[in-house]
Structure formats: structure tokens, C-alpha cells
Design a protein around this ligand. Structure first.
Ligand SMILES: *[C@@H]1O[C@H](CO)[C@@H](O)[C@H](O)[C@H]1NC(C)=O
Ligand SMILES: *[C@@H]1O[C@H](CO)[C@@H](O)[C@H](O)[C@H]1NC(C)=O
Ligand SMILES: *[C@@H]1O[C@H](CO)[C@@H](O)[C@H](O)[C@H]1NC(C)=O
Ligand SMILES: *[C@@H]1O[C@H](CO)[C@@H](O)[C@H](O)[C@H]1NC(C)=O
Ligand SMILES: *[C@@H]1O[C@H](CO)[C@@H](O)[C@H](O)[C@H]1NC(C)=O
Ligand SMILES: *[C@@H]1O[C@H](CO)[C@@H](O)[C@H](O)[C@H]1NC(C)=O
Ligand SMILES: *[C@@H]1O[C@H](CO)[C@@H](O)[C@H](O)[C@H]1NC(C)=O
Length: 467
């Protein structure tokens, strides 16, 4: 869990090179820009190139800098400010990828679980999978990512509760939230939210929300900090009322924590035109904090925005163009205009009367930790590695990009202006940007010379730079 301390001198140098994004905090029902207090909405895309079945623990979506650069450029062009990443290995080095996304102005929601054995809670048998080894994996994930400024939060679970989950599964989810939040509180360098991402099962949504979100006096850590719902109800051209979005706004009115779509994007009608976006980010839905379109890459289930043809060739699908056009319509002033003094809604105390379905668990007897886990929480994981931002030197698109029309798209590059520090007027003292004359988006290059020095240091440090 400890960062290297022998590199303090290099760290001092790097602080002049890397521009960390302002952290996003949670205030009542909103995510907020910590430097201004302005409300922040998630304009996101879920990111799992290779699909969930492609993950074997030896590589993950944030372990290869070349693919991350390729994808960060295309996500930045799209207008995204957040990615959600599902399957990650805590012992891999994520510094380059996370730094690239940071440079692109993109935050990360990180799922701590993976599909590998021992790295998730089994919905049908939660008791046997809530183990010391499982918690060690979860805490190692927390340590791997807690240092990155563009970390937005952790998901303690994704779609664990559905028609097949055992009755006691909700209590295990609250137990994992409890353990993660206590671990973060004791050891992390800053406050980081822990939430849950719910399956699109209408009969369970509100009970899941009530069960995980209520306040428990005898286990305050176990209350989730934000709630994501995977929502696929808006298909093709729909409307605020026809889609069911208006019902959600009624259901979540008065929420005391941020609520957002942790996945959206019905594909029963194609191409997906994403006409839900202006509604989701419009004045009718300020109760919600945005959402993430599912998903970046085309996989077998046909939800992709981009087809990855090979490691050096990608094709923007029609859905990418539609989503980009809708993202461009988002009016940030609507998002930031929400009354800040009204955001601290009263909390709800856990009580069986909150639960509406007779089959849903209605008591909060949370499982105690597995043997040895109390010590793990209090002392920390001794062998966990912690990431840190490093300098981003390459900014040119490392792949050939085709439009769905077949045309080659040129002039693509990472615009690292997105990560300028919080005070625009002083950012000139820590950056030197020059616009390229290339066609397409403006290309900004931060302190090339210093970055070069930085990469030499990074090489000396075995590729690990500490900010
Ligand atoms: C946000 O700012 C407050 C006060 O300025 C600080 O105490 C807190 O640690 C910051 N939170 C994050 C997530 O940076
Ligand atoms: C890339 O994949 C897409 C989707 O399968 C396909 O339409 C396109 O023709 C492919 N492009 C190349 C260059 O192979
Ligand atoms: C903001 O909310 C507070 C508390 O609900 C209320 O007193 C105040 O009038 C509101 N201000 C505006 C501008 O709506
Ligand atoms: C904590 O409080 C809840 C709600 O009142 C109750 O169901 C649960 O049994 C309590 N747990 C313990 C360990 O006392
Ligand atoms: C892709 O092609 C469509 C249709 O011609 C066009 O509207 C869009 O701007 C193109 N995208 C890019 C990135 O050039
Ligand atoms: C946070 O506020 C600062 C200062 O206005 C701004 O530069 C930055 O872009 C904001 N970040 C986000 C994610 O809105
Ligand atoms: C930025 O770099 C350019 C090219 O190296 C140089 O001419 C210019 O003086 C620099 N500007 C600042 C503010 O350092």
C-alpha cells in the first residue's frame, strides 16, 4: 500500500509537468467540481475493449498505453468526460493509461470486482465468496487507483442483485460497501465515493435503492455514496414520459446521494440515435447526475460505438456520430444552475417498511467480516501497489481511424488542454501549449522538453513516476 519514498526529488520535478484534473467530490445529491463547487454531470461511456470475457488478469483495459491513447483521443472527440471500467487487475501498471485519460479530461469510475474466480460476490452464494482473499483483492484495487486525481469513484458491485440472486445478497453488498468505505477512510489520501450499479430489473430497482441507500446507525459505513442504475428503457425515438424517465425522476426526487445511469443505450432500434441524451442532461432531469453510454467498443452483444478492426485500425460506427452530435447539445449551464443550497436532502433511516416486494430482504443484519479481515482493514494490504500520474509525451493518434462511411479521418490527436489546472489564469505558469497546424482538432503539447526529462527519470525509476 505504500508508494515509493525514494523518488521524492523526481516527484518534485513531475509536479511541474503533469496537470492533474481537479478532483470531483460528492456534496449531497450532486457530484461537484471540488475547486468551484459547481455541479458535475457524468457524460460518460463504458470502456471494456475485448469485452468482459476477454479479461484474464494478464492485461486489462488500462494497461496498454497505445490502445489507451487511441481510445482516449476518440472519447475526447466524442465529448465524454468519464469512463467506467469493469475488469481490472490491481497488480498491473495503469500509470500511463490513467495519465492519458487525465490529460484528455476524462474521469474514471472503477469496478473493484472482476469475473475471475475469487474476485466477485457470487449472487447465488454470497456467503462462500465473501472471503479474506476476496477482500484483499478489493482493497488492492482501491490502493491501485486511490492516488489518481481523475478517479471519480468505485463500484462495490455491478448487477449482483437480479432474479437469480439469493435473498441475503443485499446484506453482502452492504457489507462490501462497509468494508471499502472504512478502508478508504482509514488509509486513502482523499475521500473517494463507493457506490453500486443496479441491473435493469424494474421490480427490484427501488428496493435495491432503499436497501443500500438508507442510513444504518449501527453501521454508518455501509450506506452507499452513489447509486448507478443500468437503464435501457429508452429505445429509438421516445420521450421523457413515454420512456419512463419521468417515473424515475419521481422515484428519485429528494435523493440524498448522486443517482445516475451507470449504463444506458437500448439497441433494439438501430442505429442508436441517442435522442435520450438532451433529456437526461436537460432541466427535467437534474435530479440525476448524467450517465454512461454502453459501450465504447463493438463486442458480440452489439452495443459498440467504435469497431476495433485490429490493433492499428478502428472504425467509428454510425452510433458514434449520433452520440457525438447529442453530447454536443448538452448545456452545461443547465447542469450547474441547480440550487446548491437545496442539495442536502434528509437521509432515510433503514426500516423494513422501506421494502416493497415481499421477496426482497428487509432486515439489515449485515454479515460480520471473514476471519482475519478486521486486521486487514486496520493494518492495510502490505503488498499492494499504488499508481501515480506520469508524464504524457505521445499525443498523435497511433492507429488508422475510419469513419463508418469508409473515409479515413486524419488530424486526430490528444488535446491535453483538457487537464489544465483549476485556475485558468495561472495555468500558463505550469504549462506551455502550442497549437499544431494539423487539420482537425487543436493539438496541444505540454512542456515537451520537461516531459522528456520526466521520461528519463521515469525510465530510471523503472517506469514508475510519483506525482
Ligand atoms: C475538496 O476540497 C475540500 C476543501 O477545499 C478538501 O477538504 C477536500 O479534501 C477536497 N476533496 C477532494 C476529493 O479533493
Ligand atoms: C471494421 O469493422 C467494421 C465493423 O465490423 C466493418 O464495418 C469495417 O468494414 C471494418 N473495417 C476494416 C478496415 O476492416
Ligand atoms: C434554494 O433553496 C433554498 C432551500 O430550499 C431556498 O430557501 C431558496 O429560496 C432557493 N433559492 C433559489 C434561488 O431557488
Ligand atoms: C443494526 O440495525 C438494523 C436496523 O435496525 C438491524 O436490523 C440489525 O439487526 C442491527 N445489527 C446489529 C448487529 O445490531
Ligand atoms: C463521418 O461521416 C458522417 C456522414 O458523412 C459525418 O457526418 C461525420 O462528420 C463523419 N465523422 C467524422 C469524424 O469525420
Ligand atoms: C472545475 O473548475 C475549474 C475552474 O473553473 C475548471 O477549470 C475545470 O474545467 C472544472 N472541471 C470540471 C470537470 O468541470
Ligand atoms: C513556449 O514554447 C515556445 C517554443 O519553445 C517558446 O517560444 C515560448 O517562449 C514558450 N512560452 C512560454 C510562456 O514559456
Amino acid at each position: 500500500m505504500k508508494t515509493q519514498t525514494s523518488v521524492a526529488a523526481a516527484a518534485a520535478l513531475f509536479t511541474t509537468v503533469a496537470s492533474a484534473l481537479d478532483s470531483i467530490s460528492i456534496s449531497g445529491s450532486n457530484f461537484i467540481n471540488n475547486s468551484t463547487g459547481d455541479r458535475f454531470d457524468i457524460v460518460g461511456v463504458t470502456y471494456q475493449p475485448g469485452g468482459s470475457s476477454g479479461f484474464d488478469g494478464t492485461a486489462d483495459p488500462l494497461s496498454d498505453a497505445t490502445t489507451c491513447l487511441r481510445d482516449a483521443i476518440l472519447l475526447q472527440q466524442l465529448g465524454a468526460n468519464t469512463i467506467r471500467v469493469y475488469n481490472l487487475a490491481p497488480d498491473l501498471n495503469h500509470d500511463e493509461c490513467v495519465s492519458i485519460f487525465n490529460s484528455a479530461g476524462i474521469y474514471m469510475l472503477i469496478d473493484v470486482n472482476s469475473g475471475l474466480s475469487g474476485q466477485y460476490i457470487d449472487r447465488s452464494d454470497p456467503a462462500s465468496t465473501y472471503t479474506l482473499a476476496y477482500l484483499k483483492h478489493v482493497f488492492s484495487m482501491i490502493e491501485a487507483f486511490w492516488n489518481y486525481p481523475n478517479l471519480l469513484g468505485f463500484f462495490a458491485g455491478n448487477e449482483i442483485l437480479n432474479q437469480d440472486s439469493s435473498t441475503d445478497a443485499p446484506a453482502y453488498i452492504r457489507a462490501v460497501v462497509r468494508d471499502m468505505k472504512e478502508y478508504i477512510d482509514l488509509h486513502a489520501p482523499r475521500t473517494i465515493g463507493v457506490g453500486y450499479s443496479a441491473a435493469d430489473v424494474a421490480t427490484m430497482l427501488l428496493d435495491t435503492w432503499s436497501y443500500l441507500g438508507c442510513t444504518l446507525d449501527n453501521s454508518t459505513y455501509s450506506k452507499m455514496d452513489f447509486f448507478g442504475l443500468n437503464d435501457y428503457e429508452w429505445c429509438g425515438d421516445s420521450s421523457y414520459t413515454e420512456s419512463g424517465y419521468s417515473t424515475l425522476v419521481t422515484d428519485f426526487a429528494g435523493t440524498d446521494i448522486p443517482v445516475f445511469f451507470s449504463e444506458y443505450g437500448c439497441n433494439l432500434v438501430t442505429p442508436r440515435t441517442f435522442t435520450n441524451v438532451p433529456v437526461l442532461f436537460g432541466s427535467e432531469m437534474t435530479e440525476l447526475s448524467g450517465g454512461l453510454a454502453y459501450e465504447y467498443s463493438q463486442e458480440s452483444d452489439d452495443y459498440g460505438l467504435v469497431a476495433i478492426n485490429s490493433s492499428t485500425e478502428v472504425t467509428l460506427l454510425a452510433d458514434y456520430s449520433y452520440l457525438k452530435a447529442e453530447f454536443a447539445k448538452i448545456d452545461t449551464s443547465v447542469i450547474t444552475a441547480v440550487n446548491k443550497t437545496a442539495e442536502d436532502a434528509p437521509v432515510t433511516t433503514c426500516a423494513s417498511s422501506l421494502i416493497t416486494e415481499s421477496t426482497f430482504l428487509a432486515d439489515w443484519d449485515l454479515p460480520s467480516r471473514p476471519s482475519g479481515a478486521d486486521a486487514l482493514v486496520s493494518s492495510g494490504v502490505t503488498s499492494a501497489s499504488t499508481g501515480a500520474l506520469t508524464s504524457v509525451t505521445a499525443t498523435a493518434m497511433p492507429a488508422t481511424v475510419y469513419n463508418y462511411t469508409g473515409a479515413t479521418i486524419s488530424g486526430l490527436a490528444l488535446n491535453s488542454d483538457a487537464s489544465s489546472s483549476s485556475d485558468g489564469s495561472s495555468s500558463g505558469s505550469s504549462k506551455n501549449s502550442t497549437s499544431s497546424s494539423a487539420a482537425g482538432p487543436a493539438v496541444a503539447v505540454d512542456y515537451r522538453a520537461l516531459a522528456l526529462v520526466g521520461s528519463v527519470f521515469a525510465a530510471m525509476l523503472g517506469g514508475v513516476a510519483v506525482l
